[in-house]
Design a protein around this ligand. Structure first.
Ligand SMILES: C[S@@+](CC[C@H](N)C(=O)[O-])C[C@H]1O[C@@H](n2cnc3c(N)ncnc32)[C@H](O)[C@@H]1O
Length: 176
């Protein structure tokens, strides 16, 4: 999604008390968007200089494994302390969640964990891809039907912002 689209969305939806959540990263996307919040990554390999810069930008990095319940409980605690869920979630480990070599159930759980913690009116930007397509669905038509069902069930709207030949899609999901 072009940077300007994010910026337009943020300028009309993101208040100063709001925070962002970056999943599978060390805050680079929050920094580019110019918003404070939390990033979750398996480890924190930032330089001292970057840590100082992030403190000024109000960006915090948590070491955690998104495939474990404990990590999501900590994020739920953070939501409780901040008295609101993240207004924007950027979930963009390179290659997207499709690279996680796990069963479909884990993939969907990851999506739902992220969606559940998101504040109403918030945006989840993520990628999905060939794993999703090849292992569960016979093609994109079926994937579309599945996602339409999910959208109705969980009350969100979504837009596919990018499709690649290799089977990856970028999605902008808006929680009602
Ligand atoms: C290649 S980096 C991508 C960094 C950044 N998101 C970007 O778009 O450039 C992959 C990141 O995903 C994180 N990651 C991979 N599996 C993860 C997991 N199970 N839980 C939390 N973070 C994970 C890694 O720790 C790393 O920070």
């Amino acid at each position: 999604m072009p940077q300007s689209e994010f910026n337009n969305w943020l300028s009309s939806n993101f208040d100063k008390e709001d925070w962002g959540l970056e999943l599978g990263g060390i805050g680079g996307h929050l920094e580019v968007l110019g918003i404070g919040g939390t990033a979750v990554s398996l480890g924190d390999g930032r330089t001292i200089q970057q840590k100082i810069k992030d403190m000024e930008l109000d960006i915090h990095v948590r070491s955690g494994n998104l495939l474990l319940g404990e990590c999501w409980r900590e994020l739920e605690n953070e939501k409780f302390k901040r008295q609101r869920g993240p207004k924007i979630i950027i979930s963009y480990p390179v290659g997207g969640w499709n690279l996680i070599p796990l069963h479909q159930v884990f993939y969907e759980k990851l999506f739902l964990n992220a969606f559940n913690i998101l504040e109403s009116g918030g945006m989840l930007f993520t990628t999905t891809g060939s794993y999703f397509k090849v292992h569960k669905y016979s093609g994109w038509d079926e994937w579309d039907r599945y996602f339409d069902l999910m959208a109705r069930k969980y009350d969100f709207s979504y837009r596919v912002t990018r499709k690649s030949e290799l089977g990856s899609r970028a999605l902008m999901i808006l929680k009602n």
